[in-house]
Write a protein that binds this ligand. Structure first.
Ligand code: SF4
Ligand code: SF4
Length: 95
């Protein structure tokens, strides 16, 4: 299982969301991302593999010509990781 700052990647809610009303299906995001996060399905761009997205990366947002790609803020990411790390500590039995 992939980890990020000591936390299981699949617990971290960092991935792009696409505003379907703005998206034109141009494909620029899918072409740009090296991690196969996006997939064009019947002309509609989808976030097919959200957990392939690297926490903290938001570079594809700048590639979208209509600003349809959004991410949480970096502050929200760090707060979430802190919360998850604290929860993990609480669940571990005392050594
Ligand atoms: S933020 Fe980075 S890793 Fe995530 S989908 Fe965009 S380009 Fe890919
Ligand atoms: S780059 Fe923007 S408009 Fe183009 S497919 Fe991706 S989300 Fe849609």
């Amino acid at each position: 299982m992939k980890k990020y700052l000591g936390v299981d990647r699949d617990k971290i809610s960092w991935f792009p969301t696409i505003d379907a009303e703005k998206c034109t299906g141009c494909g620029a995001c899918a072409e740009f991302c090296p991690n196969n996060v996006f997939e064009l399905v019947d002309g509609v761009m989808t976030v097919a593999n959200p957990l392939n997205c690297v926490p903290g990366c938001d570079k594809c947002a700048a590639e979208c010509p209509v600003s349809a790609i959004k991410f949480p803020t970096k502050e929200e990411l760090l707060e979430e990781i802190e919360r998850l790390r604290n929860a993990e500590k609480l669940n571990k039995p005392e050594a």
